[in-house]
Design a protein around this ligand. Sequence first.
Ligand code: SAM
Ligand code: SF4
Length: 460
Amino acid sequence: MTEENQGHRLTKKLYIKTYGCQMNVYDSARMADVLAPLGYAPAAAPEDADMVILNTCHIREKAAEKVFSELGRLRPLQARKNGQGGRMILAVAGCVAQAEGAEIVARAPYVDIVLGPQTYHRLPEMVAQAARAGGHVLDTDFPAEAKFDFLPEAAAPQGVSAFLSVQEGCDKFCTFCVVPYTRGAEFSRPAAAIIAEARRLVAQGAREITLLGQNVNAYRGAAPDGAGGWGLGRLIRALAEIEGLLRLRYTTSHPRDVDDALVAAHRDVPTLMPFLHLPVQSGSDRVLAAMNRRHKADDYRRVIDRLRGARVDIAFSSDFIVGFPGESDADFAATLDLAREIGYAQAFSFKYSPRPGTPAALMPQQVPEAVKAERLAALQALLAEQQRQFNAAAVGREMPVLFEKRGRHQHQLVGRSPYLQAVHAAAPERLIGALVPVRLVRAEANSLAGEMLLSEEVPA
Ligand code: SAM
Ligand code: SF4
């Protein structure tokens, strides 16, 4: 048998570099699954790989430039491999591929495949085509078939804490955001497919599942009995019944889509963690309107109140953008006020960065860089202090910790509190995957130190 016709039984090395959000981490795992039957096994480095995929993110500034410089680094590796009689297939996937596919083909002609987020299920076909033709394959369609229907079941176990994509795309069109253009229209997977995937994840050892979607609480998937649609609250109730599943989370939510059923799920479902990432972006109504967020600051406050009413111990994180076009000192002060009032456990904040093709990029009154930097520093100081206080307040308390892996020190495990705080404690390895009561004894820079409250023998 020649090497050629042994085909997929040969193990080939696949290196995937993932940029950006959890959605991309999830998609990278699915691409690895799709390529496994072709004989591709994950490799830790691009050197000598048979296929390299850059799974890109378009949210941040200069995203495309970063991809081009990474491609520049990969090019000599590809040339070396190809020169030695091998072949390195180079692919660019994700949102930069979607937005700038033609540019990639033009500027980096050595790239073999450019594919958008909606076409991962066609990857094996594209690999075969690239291997045959040696030309470029550009596939950035939004095909009518849903990619989820064509992707194989998740193959590689994700570990104790797993991600499950329930919804993709976004119809909101916030004026700063590329997601509606790169990820396409909102699409929700049928509830039955999600429940089946969750069961598989739990059978593979997952104890916590985070439901993913660009706009996850806009979820409206076909009900298992075909009668109507389920919202996220209903889906969460069904998933909470899976035996062995100890924790549920979901991200990222939009304040407008927090409906009563979701609030009630926070009240009634103990496995739904009392920690929610609910981006507000700005505290100024004027800026929120210019961002097309479709809610006012007070609407956001009311959503927070409803959730706190349902679950007193709930804590929040958020995303903020400072220096949106036209943002005045007074607008920014309103953002600081709102952040002070809500009190976040944790939050992300960004300087507004114009994304080509989005309406805000063309708005007059772009805010000077120095002003953006100053505002970002002020907001981040406030948010960092809130996070410090939140962690300090946890010290002395007892919390269930889900241990996920070994820690840096011997006989130490690392896990997460209900609030996603990293907690380390002396604990035996067999408790990986267990929910264990832990007393938090010290707040450190990026984690909390804890002591297990079970009477366990931990080797010295
Ligand atoms: N769907 C989510 C939402 O509605 O908030 C998050 C989408 S985005 C992947 C994550 C965050 O990146 C946003 O919440 C926003 O704060 C930030 N972001 C998106 N576009 C941006 C831009 N052009 N400039 C600065 N930050 C941006
Ligand atoms: Fe982007 Fe989120 Fe707005 Fe959708 S809701 S356009 S993903 S920021």
